[in-house]
Design a protein around this ligand. Sequence first.
Ligand code: UD1
Ligand code: UDP
Length: 350
Amino acid sequence: MKIVTIVGARPQFIKAAAVSRVLRARHQEVLIHTGQHYDYEMSGIFFDGLDLPRPDANLAVGSGPHGAQTGAALKRIEEALLAERPDYVVVYGDTNSTLAGALAASKLSIPVAHVEAGLRSFNRRMPEEINRSVVDHLSALLLCPSETAVRNLAAEGIARNVHLVGDVMLDVLQWAKQRLAAKAPKILEQLGLARQSYLLATVHRSENTDDLSRVSQILNALNSLDEPVVLPIHPRARKAINDAHCRTEHHVRLIDPVGYLEMIALADAARLILTDSGGLQKEAYWLGVPCLTMRNETEWVETVGAGWNMLVGSDSEKIIAAAHSFAPSGSRLPLYGDGCAAAKCVDLLG
Ligand code: UD1
Ligand code: UDP
């Protein structure tokens, strides 16, 4: 089969790295990058670091308001699909690129496979919630990472062609752990950090970055902690921090976004992770690092249920208290599959 894969944002490059490898052994893949993310640290670094094939096309959509960005991607993806005429389109997750890909393909009657189907935060103020809901309703093949996701779809009347495959991000993490065991990156050394002696933080969700009082609350919390905090900063958060005129204390190390292997090395050695990222919540769990999620809800409810992830919102006092006291107890049962999700996805594509 000829399969067009649509990617555009950081977590999609990581997910595609797992699937592309398996897909290309059996099918012809055309990899289309919408250009939603474009800085080297947000895009190129993943193609270099994950052995991901170069995109066959970059649609250079860039940044903009939701309508403009999604609309530009829709138009350009449609043109690409008309030229390629694939048998299937594969989309990942819940970004504007995912929505544009699913919409363009379904209007051309090309079946869509949605990897990471069925996730719900039940918060319609999140742009991602709108994207994922629409994409699920347009998809011909729904590839779910968890039983919760399968149930969420059933509750919306979607039961056909729904499959529990596990999370392709676990496939990539297992690959990364092998790489790191063979040759660890020098990032800890470069930052002068010892294992378990620092916290790792990320922030980029629109709910935290568009509201300057929330950005300030989060920064205040990090500033008040008494351990080093490494903060690889998403460009959206950098802008918000500047706009809010937040200063950072000496122990808060703002660094450029890092490549995937560096990030996993940083996550693995951290004492605690503070984040609003979807991907990092799961990586924290799989690596056995306690996680505080700076949101009011999560799609990855199993990590909270297991006691290794705690929702702390953006309130300074709550974040500080939890950073001092949160100590998961209990073993970590396997969550989100066995690290072979990509092969299951490709099997189901047929
Ligand atoms: C997007 C996704 C989000 C995902 C995240 C992963 C949507 C609606 N959101 O959010 O679900 O979790 O990617 O990181 O699709 N920018 C740069 N350089 C870049 C990319 C972005 O400077 O290479 C800046 C621009 O000012 C841009 C802002 O970041 O306006 C936001 O970028 P955008 O892609 O719209 O959304 P993200 O917040 O990255
Ligand atoms: N990540 C990375 N470098 C960074 C920050 C994050 O490689 O500087 C990885 C992180 O480990 C995870 C993925 O990017 O695998 C998550 O992406 P992001 O938080 O941007 O998006 P989300 O998962 O929230 O959609």
